[in-house]
Design a protein around this ligand. Structure first.
Ligand code: GUN
Length: 298
């Protein structure tokens, strides 16, 4: 049996096509153009690149994007002032403050200052609480929401399955477990969360029907840790030294792909797996926010 390769790149493109149509319909129905504001403090090259990619993807589907770039010396109260201004701006439906912030700024304070109805990152404690209690309107964090979309759209619905999530971060592992536990579409899974301190990790990962790995450790998951027939989603993006490459490094996931693809029934690659889904789900949240603000059916 050949292994199914779950391409996040293809699924992201499919969703972006749907979103582009939704943006056009919103504009035609109610004259609303979804607006995303990204805030970048300082000039970290990786953050600059990510924010640039987010704005470019937004513009490509007709979302209005505004990038606010502030100097690294911006004070916490100045940044809070910027967030307040965006909270009050009706043309802005989604606010993303790129992390990490400089050390002198309390990230938690900034995240809590964002209006939860514009929290398209899903990091505000109100969003986290609503997700955890499966209640009210909220935005799911983009990477875990992308993982669920990949599973459902590739024909590997987590409904009724035992999903082992390896990783307990606030950005991926914990919210992913909450999403998978929800009643309804994309949920109804039985979920185990394991992590770097789990004794005999392989004994746990081998019990999975679906294994999602978000540990941030290059190629940690080897074939002996995966039961034949498992669906494997690799959230890791790691740079490892590779003198055979022109750049001197290669990008790999948390799963030893070449080995694990021989036992898995389906597997997502790195790059081209979860990565492209994250920005797409940010745009989906922005469109949802605009639709909610306009009173249109989402
Ligand atoms: N930095 C790295 N990833 C993210 C993300 O998804 N959202 C924000 N705000 N900052 C990030």
């Amino acid at each position: 049996m050949s292994t199914q390769i779950i391409s996040g790149r293809d699924i992201a493109e499919e969703i972006r096509g749907e979103l582009t149509e939704r943006v056009a319909a919103l504009k035609a129905e109610s004259g609303i153009v979804p607006g995303l504001a990204t805030v970048l403090v300082g000039s970290d090259p990786a953050s600059e690149m990510y924010v640039g990619m987010k704005n470019k993807a937004a513009a490509a589907m007709g979302i209005h994007s505004r990038q606010i770039t502030l100097p690294a010396a911006t004070t916490e109260s100045e940044l809070l002032g910027v967030v307040d201004g965006l909270n009050a701006d009706p043309a802005v439906h989604g606010i993303l403050v790129q992390l990490p912030l400089p050390n002198h700024i309390d990230e938690g304070k900034i995240i809590e200052a964002i209006d939860p109805s514009k929290d398209v990152d899903g990091f505000h404690p109100v969003s986290v609480g609503r997700l955890a209690t499966d209640s009210g309107e909220f935005f799911a964090p983009c990477t875990p929401a992308g993982v669920v979309e990949m599973l459902v759209r590739s024909g590997n619905d987590p409904n009724g399955k035992h999903v082992v999530v390896v990783g307990r971060s606030n950005i991926v592992g914990r919210p992913l477990a909450s999403l998978l536990l929800r009643k309804g579409a994309g949920g109804n899974a039985t979920v185990t969360v394991a992590h770097s301190r789990t004794p005999d990790l392989g004994a746990v990962t081998r019990t999975a029907d679906i294994l999602v790995v978000a540990m941030g450790r290059p190629e940690m998951i080897t074939a002996d840790m995966v039961r034949p027939g498992t669906v494997v989603i690799d959230v890791g993006t790691n740079r490892v030294d590779d003198p055979t490459r022109e750049k001197g490094y290669r990008v790999c996931g948390d799963v030893l792909f070449d080995e694990v693809k021989e036992v898995a029934s389906a597997i997502s690659p790195v790059p081209g797996g979860v990565g492209p889904m994250t920005i797409t789900m940010l745009l989906a949240n922005t469109v949802k926010s605009a639709a909610l603000a306009s009173g249109s059916k989402v």
